[in-house]
Write a protein that binds this ligand. Structure first.
Ligand SMILES: Nc1ncnc2c1ncn2[C@@H]1O[C@H](COP(=O)(O)OP(=O)(O)OP(=O)(O)O)[C@@H](O)[C@H]1O
Ligand SMILES: Nc1ncnc2c1ncn2[C@@H]1O[C@H](COP(=O)(O)OP(=O)(O)OP(=O)(O)O)[C@@H](O)[C@H]1O
Ligand SMILES: [Mg+2]
Ligand SMILES: [Mg+2]
Lengths: 228, 228
């Protein structure tokens, strides 16, 4: 469902070139649960932004469901982001002047979900992350881990077939982190959703069945859980 | 050096009261290395903001170096924040249009450090967190973990006697997290700086000699490493 082929990403700052990704190639089947690990600055978020159609490679090709993303128009890309992908940002990216509930409802505004149904779906997503009682708080009235969970709920609310989560448990205690991992595992196992997460914690990575480890913008290893 | 006495913090949202801290009391000696743990939403950041003189309790008293903070003027509080405390925010709080180096220099502008010396001290702090080669990047040109480390460097640059760090390794891989913990341990051991950190990770808490665990706004346990 996701195919990355010889993808490189170079940032130019003045006359300095930062090679964030170097000739990366791999593919992900539908229904996989994959973790991406690697040192700070090794290119994980850059990769996630490309997979999530939020950024384009400097060179190389990216295919989503068989279609080459570089051949798609701005509208077609926006369409994929709206319907096929639920994205949890490393920095959360919540809108500050809206409540948690309104933030979670946002993706549905562009998706033709009826106003009457949005409230129910958004509350259900908040319940899944344990925040039903914080629905009317704004981000600045929430703890760091609560904001992170609102960002997770927002990524789930469109029933997207692919969940991309950039460090979804960085601000959560062990108990809450495990709850979130079990939630992802359930969405993957029962609903067949493809889950790709960036994580720094081996315990969280153990919920997935495959781990890609990055180093300095390139894949260091690709380990799959052996079939038992 | 820090004494929290019967401190409570209540947020009012409409007619709902959120008791973020409930009658909390404890004290911290100069030169201690303390970790604060607890579930997401249990009051840790609220506590840190009070200790860091960024917020005031709804009731109860807070003494810093023997002086009751509620008796101090706005100027005196700003003075304490500038000179006595280095604060690492859970959300980093970097200024977006300035480079990492300029962000790290900021606390020194208000401290009378000569312009000539600021550059050197800021670069030294960036080196301590492994980011000398990212000095001229702006926050949006840095990875999540790099932004977190710039926030840490900024907290160290004033040689403050107390370091308050709210989840300093949430976005860092294991290797880099250990580097940061060793840095804190060294500043504590060699320079006698008081370090209070909020962390979700037991491995990081093990670098400290005392762990306060919070639950629902109150102290659940206060464990000190036994003298060996
Ligand atoms: N401005 C506010 N208005 C209302 N409630 C608030 C406000 N700020 C925080 N809260 C609530 O106070 C409680 C404690 O928040 P705090 O940020 O201290 O938690 P925390 O322990 O730091 O959590 P985390 O580990 O998720 O960062 C939370 O339940 C939060 O919803
Ligand atoms: N806009 C940009 N301009 C220049 N360099 C950038 C830009 N964005 C990212 N970088 C650099 O690209 C590299 C990879 O960044 P990326 O955010 O993908 O890392 P990461 O693996 O997600 O790190 P972390 O674990 O710290 O979140 C970093 O060294 C960073 O400094
Ligand atoms: Mg990242
Ligand atoms: Mg917090």
């Amino acid at each position: 469902v996701v195919k990355i082929e010889n993808v490189s990403k170079i940032y130019s700052l003045g006359d300095v070139q930062v090679e964030a990704l170097k000739n990366v190639s791999f593919s992900v089947e539908e229904g996989e649960f994959l973790s991406v690990m690697g040192a700070s600055g090794s290119g994980k978020s850059t990769l996630m932004n490309i997979i999530g159609c939020l950024d384009t490679p400097t060179s190389g090709d990216y295919f989503i469901e068989g279609r080459n993303v570089s051949g798609l128009s701005g509208d077609e890309l926006a369409d994929i982001r709206k319907h096929k992908i639920g994205f949890v940002f490393q920095g959360f990216n919540l809108l500050p002047r809206m409540s948690a509930l309104e933030n979670v409802k946002l993706p549905m505004l562009y998706n033709g979900v009826k106003p009457h149904d949005r409230e129910g779906k958004a509350m259900e997503a908040l319940e899944m992350v344990g925040l039903a009682d914080r629905a009317h708080h704004q981000p600045q009235q929430l703890s760091g881990g609560q904001q992170q969970r609102v960002a997770i709920a927002r990524a789930l609310v469109n029933d997207a077939s692919m969940i991309l989560a950039d460090e979804p448990t960085g601000n959560l205690d062990s108990r809450t982190s495990l709850d979130i991992m079990e939630l992802f595992a359930e969405l993957n196992r029962k609903l067949g959703r493809t889950v790709i997460q960036v994580t720094h914690e081996p315990e969280m990575a153990s919920f997935s069945r495959r781990i890609l480890t990055f180093r300095d913008g390139a894949i260091l290893k690709d380990e799959r859980e052996s079939q038992v």
